[in-house]
Design a protein. Structure first.
Length: 207
C-alpha cells in the first residue's frame, strides 16, 4: 500500500541528502545550489577554496570515518541536511538512516581534464599518469553506485548531469525541488550556478 503523502513528506525532511559523484563531477556546485535553495549543509573549512575550486568545496572532514565501518555519530545530526560524500564511500552508509542521493554525472574526459589541472595547481608529477585505467575504474564506480542505490530500500537516487545543469539551471532546480519535497527556493538555486566555472569541456556526454 502506498505511503500517505504526509508520511512521504516527513520522511523526506528526515532523510540525509547525500551529494555524491566522482571527484570533479560538480558536487561542489550542487552543494552550493542546495545551500542557496534553503537546504542546511554539513561542511567545514578543512579544505578552503583554491584556484581549482574558487567557490569552495563544501566538504565535511568526518565523512572519511565511513571507510572504517560502523555508524559515525555525526550522521544523526545530518538528518534534514546535505552532505557531500564521494561515491566510493556510499557503500559504508549504515541502514539506520534514509538517504536521498543526488548523483552528479559528468563526461569522463572532462573529469580527467579537471583533475589534471587541479593536480597541476598542486604541483603533482602524476597529473597525467594512468588516465585510461582511472577512467575504467570510474566507469565501474558509476555502475556500482547505481546498483547500490537501487538495491537498498533506504536509498533514493536522482542522477543530475553537470553539463545540463550549467546550460539549463532552471530545469535542474525544478527537478531537485521535486525530488526533495517541493520546499526549495528554485530562483536562488538557479542563481548559484556560475557557468564561468565550467572550464573543461568535452565534445559529447559520457555514457
Amino acid at each position: 500500500m502506498p505511503l500517505p503523502s504526509f508520511v512521504r513528506r516527513l520522511r523526506r525532511r528526515q532523510s540525509i541528502v547525500v551529494v555524491s559523484g566522482l571527484p570533479r563531477s560538480g558536487t561542489s556546485m550542487m552543494m552550493r545550489m542546495l545551500a542557496a535553495g534553503g537546504v542546511p549543509v554539513l561542511s567545514d573549512d578543512a579544505r578552503p577554496p583554491d584556484a581549482a575550486n574558487p567557490a569552495g568545496y563544501f566538504e565535511f572532514a568526518p565523512v572519511k570515518e565511513l571507510a572504517s565501518g560502523g555508524a559515525p555519530a555525526w550522521l544523526e545530526g545530518a538528518r534534514g541536511k546535505a552532505v557531500k560524500i564521494v561515491s566510493f564511500l556510499l557503500t559504508w552508509l549504515p541502514e539506520s538512516h534514509d538517504y536521498r542521493v543526488i548523483f552528479m554525472r559528468r563526461d569522463l574526459d572532462e573529469v580527467m581534464a579537471s583533475q589534471g589541472k587541479m593536480l597541476d595547481h598542486r604541483g603533482s608529477a602524476d597529473a597525467d599518469a594512468g588516465d585510461e585505467a582511472m577512467k575504467e575504474a570510474y566507469r565501474n564506480d558509476i555502475v556500482r553506485t547505481r546498483l547500490l542505490c537501487r538495491k537498498k530500500p533506504n536509498f533514493e537516487l536522482i542522477e543530475i548531469q553537470y553539463r545540463d545543469t550549467v546550460a539549463e539551471p532552471r530545469a535542474t532546480s525544478r527537478k531537485l525541488n521535486t525530488f526533495l519535497g517541493g520546499r526549495l527556493d528554485e530562483a536562488a538555486m538557479r542563481a548559484a550556478v556560475d557557468a564561468s566555472l565550467y572550464r573543461n569541456r568535452a565534445g559529447s556526454p559520457s555514457s
